[in-house]
Design a protein around this ligand. Structure first.
Ligand SMILES: [Zn+2]
Length: 275
């Protein structure tokens, strides 16, 4: 169980290296009991407050930090999430890999309710500017392959070994929310993307700018409105419960299996990106 909380200046934390792996959990994923010897830390950042206190502890010999994206009582809607504060706080704690979970709508027939998706691309369809580099330092990081190769491989292996129905790729379309799409928009989006959600971007962008490895485990809750299919709340609830179980088992195995030494390019994202 989490015990106590303390306020830390982020400069103390960075020397402390309190965590290696971060989990940004969506709806229902937040489970501090997963970690041994856990405690909660309240982080301050130049961008304001993260979504909540961050729980840190041990899992399978690794230092893990859990941040509930919408707050532990789910009070922060997607458009109010302080994405920069969340990523900055994890970076300052020493985190070099972030797994994020996301509940998504499906834009394609063969991405079915209950499927796990490990996306490999995204399209950002919003009006926001997402960056840590507002000047005077100017960087244009590459987003050609927006998700960490090694983390995706680890997640795909974990899902396969667990016998969970999953898609090993998919294009995630990001809308700002909090509203869902119109039918016309949904029909347009499905021409070029597979799933739709509100949070994996800008997290992917901001992690890349901090040279943090990032990957998403998405679970499909239902078809987006293009399908024109009536959906019962009961059906969604039962899919969500199963999704949650699947996501947790995949994440636990991936954390166990992911090496802390990084062989991917994410750690050098800024190297040739300066203007
Ligand atoms: Zn990486």
């Amino acid at each position: 169980m989490a015990s106590g909380s303390r306020l830390e200046d982020d400069t103390d934390i960075v020397q402390d290296r309190v965590a290696d792996i971060g989990i940004i959990g969506g709806t229902g994923v937040y489970d501090p009991d997963l970690l041994k010897d856990s405690r909660t830390i309240e982080m301050k950042t130049p961008y304001g407050q993260p979504s909540d206190k961050i729980t840190v502890g041990m899992y399978e010999g690794k230092k893990v930090a859990i941040l509930p994206r919408h707050g532990s009582r789910h009070t922060i809607p997607p458009h109010k999430i302080n994405f920069r504060a969340n990523i900055w706080a994890l970076k300052k704690m020493g985190v070099s890999r972030v797994f994020a979970t996301a509940a998504v709508g499906s834009l394609k027939e063969d991405y079915r309710a209950g499927d796990v998706v490990i996306p490999d691309q995204f399209i950002c369809w919003d009006r926001g500017v997402h960056t840590f580099y507002d000047g005077p330092n100017v960087y244009h990081v590459s987003m050609a392959d927006p998700f960490c190769r090694d983390m995706r491989d680890t997640l795909i292996r974990a899902a396969g070994e667990l016998g969970i129905s999953f898609k090993d790729r998919g294009t995630y379309l990001r809308i700002e929310g909090p509203q869902f799409s119109t039918r016309a928009a949904s029909k347009m989006y499905r021409q070029f993307a597979d799933i739709i959600g509100m949070t994996a971007v800008p997290e992917a962008i901001l992690c890349r700018e901090q040279e943090i490895c990032f990957a998403v485990v998405a679970t499909v809750t239902d078809y987006d409105v293009w399908a024109d299919e009536p959906v019962s709340i009961e059906a969604i609830k039962s899919v969500m419960a199963q999704n949650l179980k699947n996501m947790k088992s995949i994440l636990e195995r991936a954390i166990r299996d992911i090496p802390l030494d990084r062989g991917c390019e994410c750690k050098d994202a800024l190297k040739s990106a300066g203007a």
